[in-house]
Design a protein around this ligand. Structure first.
Ligand code: UD1
Length: 430
């Protein structure tokens, strides 16, 4: 099984270029089958979740042509199957986007209940509430969501919880419904806006994405388009944290600084220097960084997907920090792994109380999910000695060329397959 082996202690220095946003790409790829014309999507991240979704798109009969590593052409005119049942698709959360896309286009969808990272119970009741409000009959049978409608008709929908997935899913179905749907208490994340922009470039009529009220006037059909995905806010934030934790100096390129404000603010409160340019941010770590408190919230609040990485930064800051997780209830599982590296963190309910320490030591640790996996790698980069991170399949779901990008910043990290290769790495780096 693949692992990362890391020798810590090198400050990260240099430039890193951020890939396209995974979570935007997942919505956009699913939405691309809603037209019979060709859709060309660029700045696609080459990560496992995206490749699994592309396989599933092909499986239901759409044509998927990989032009290059980051560009794909999709044509959904030959879709014969509204039942998605790829064995891998169950494992990725975003499989639920097929419900909105297929229901919108064919008024019928059959999709397995989603898997994804195990960070909490993750219900999809708000998605289903939205589809039902649009006139669909929705049932759960044998582990799958089965949705049908004679006609989709616009509705006034209020989300009981702010949900990224439900907002995007309802937006897709409503784009091809009759009349104007009003979606209230909608999620405002950058990837919600990106999917709305993409749908609009296909002829949809969506207004207000990025605010908490989205108005979707249904159209009869969507047409082909060419679209470039926004940069990944969380990948950018992860490298910003890595720069801070290793007391490095990194220029994070190809970003939208506005999307990073919550992360920038917290790093600055900790005493890091963060300098914003048009499409890059430079993060300079300081020898002594200060504690601060964080509470995860829907955008523009601090993103839950950055909670583990920032907690590592706080674990090496002076003083006591409180991190409150208010989106997912099971997102502190990595804390036990971090403890093996010498952190001092106590979790009570949804709050982690972090007492900063001055040094971490390398250890063998397990990535419990995607973002926590990245956080453990960052901890390893700062730790004294060697760290081995197991279960890196999670990390590869969402970070393109993670180890190569880190190596480009001077990190001593390698992907290995077995203990012999770990030993070889140790001999090589000394
Ligand atoms: C998306 C992201 C994920 C990120 C999360 C929050 C994708 C593929 N994943 O996940 O990386 O961590 O947003 O920014 O884009 N909820 C309900 N009922 C629902 C839907 C959600 O109660 O029908 C709750 C969830 O349990 C959670 C909160 O709402 O507590 C937010 O979830 P949501 O925004 O839907 O997350 P995802 O779209 O699954």
């Amino acid at each position: 099984m693949e692992q990362y082996v890391i020798k810590g202690g090198n400050p990260l220095v240099g430039d890193v270029t951020i890939s396209g946003a995974k979570n935007a790409a997942l919505g956009i790829l699913a939405a691309s089958i809603m037209t019979d014309d060709d859709v060309l999507i660029d700045n696609l991240p080459d990560v496992r979740d995206i490749n699994v979704l592309l396989e599933a798109i092909e499986e239901i009969g759409a044509r998927v042509e990989r032009i290059d590593r980051h560009t794909v052409r999709i044509n959904g005119s030959n879709i014969k199957e509204v039942a998605v049942d790829d064995e891998y698709i169950r494992r990725i959360r975003a499989s639920y986007y097929f419900i909105g896309a297929l229901l919108g286009k064919y008024k019928s969808a059959q999709v397995p209940l989603p898997g994804g990272c195990n960070i909490g119970s993750r219900p999809i009741d708000q998605h289903l509430k939205g589809f039902r409000a649009l006139g669909a009959e929705v049932n759960i049978e044998r582990g799958a969501v089965i949705a049908h409608a004679i006609d989709l008709v616009a509705a006034h929908i209020y989300l009981d919880v702010v949900s990224v997935g439900a907002t995007i899913n309802i937006m897709m179905a409503a784009a091809l419904a009759e009349g104007q749907t009003i979606l209230e208490n909608a999620a405002k994340e950058p990837h919600v806006v990106d999917v709305a922009n993409f749908l609009n470039s296909m002829g949809a009529n969506i207004k207000g994405a990025g605010t908490d009220t989205i108005r979707i006037r249904g159209v009869n059909r969507l047409h082909g388009t060419e679209y470039s995905i926004i940069p990944d806010q969380i990948e950018a934030g992860t490298f910003m944290c890595a720069a801070a934790v290793t007391r490095g100096d990194v220029m994070v390129k190809n970003v939208i600084p506005k999307h990073l404000e919550a992360i920038t603010a917290k790093l600055m409160e900790m005493g890091c220097e963060v300098i914003e340019f048009d499409d890059e941010v430079r993060v300079v770590g300081k020898p002594t960084q200060r504690h601060t408190d964080i509470k995860t919230l829907p955008y523009p609040g601090f993103p839950t997907d950055m909670q583990p990485q920032m907690s590592v930064a706080l674990a090496l800051a002076k003083g006591t920090s409180m991190v409150t997780e208010s989106i997912f209830e099971n997102r502190f599982k990595y804390v036990d792994e971090l403890a093996r590296m010498g952190t001092n963190i106590k979790v009570e309910g949804n709050v982690a109380v972090i007492d900063g320490v001055t040094q971490l030591t390398g250890a063998q640790v397990n990535a419990p999910d995607l973002r926590a996996g990245a956080a453990l790698v960052i901890a390893g980069l700062a730790a004294d000695g060697y760290t081995v991170v197991d279960e890196i399949g999670y990390i590869q779901r969402g970070y393109e060329c993670f180890e190569e990008k880190l190596q480009g910043l001077g990190a001593m990290i390698e992907k290995v397959d077995n203990d012999r290769e770990v030993q070889k790495f140790k001999m090589k780096v000394g």
